[in-house]
Design a binder for this molecule. Sequence first.
Ligand code: ADP
Length: 219
Amino acid sequence: MRLVLFGPPGAGKGTHARILGEKWKIPHFAAGDILRRHIREATEIGKKARAIIERGELVPDTVINEIMADQLAQTEARKGFILDGYPRTLGQAEALEKFLEGQRETLDSALYFKTSSPVILNRLSGRLNCPKCGVNYHRKNIPPKVEGKCDRCGAELVQRADDQPETVLHRIAVYETETAPLLNYYNKRGLLTEVSGDLEVPELQQELAKVLARYSKSR
Ligand code: ADP
């Protein structure tokens, strides 16, 4: 199974990518988590990416294309993968297509998480993130078992700098101009699958199990 997940910020891509990856035992690569790891480790990439991410803008295609090609070149990605937050521009989609061609592989589907604005704003304003393992929580909807601590690794949860309301609005605008054109790109290639990002996690998992059954059976 080779999947791309895209949609506006707060659509639930990260949450579902993680669940699907565990279910199918294939790696999921979250572009945002990888960039945040670079920032924490103060790598050259991290130093440059920090201000861009905090402004709610996109890091340059060349930077993210190289990072993701490294991830996809890993042996564990040969049995399949789930990409969360990559590609996010037409240039990135083209780079991914070329990379896969070079590996004699193709995507099975690009899942578009169609999500309404009130849902996005509610999710992002209450979102808490584990800086260590990347898991997302929500103050009301998906609270951690112990307040302020990650269920998985115990790290202190934080509100991401780019989840501040003004930055969220800018990220949505960037999504509309840069990422929304992927709808047409993947539709033309017959790869587009639309699901509703407004659904709660268990409902959307059920929906995903249905729409992805034809792929999971064939691999
Ligand atoms: P969300 O999906 O909620 O916007 P992510 O964690 O996927 O959050 O991304 C956070 C930020 O990381 C983005 O706003 C952007 O600055 C940067 N980023 C993530 N993925 C990409 C990408 N594919 N291309 C460029 N920048 C990216």
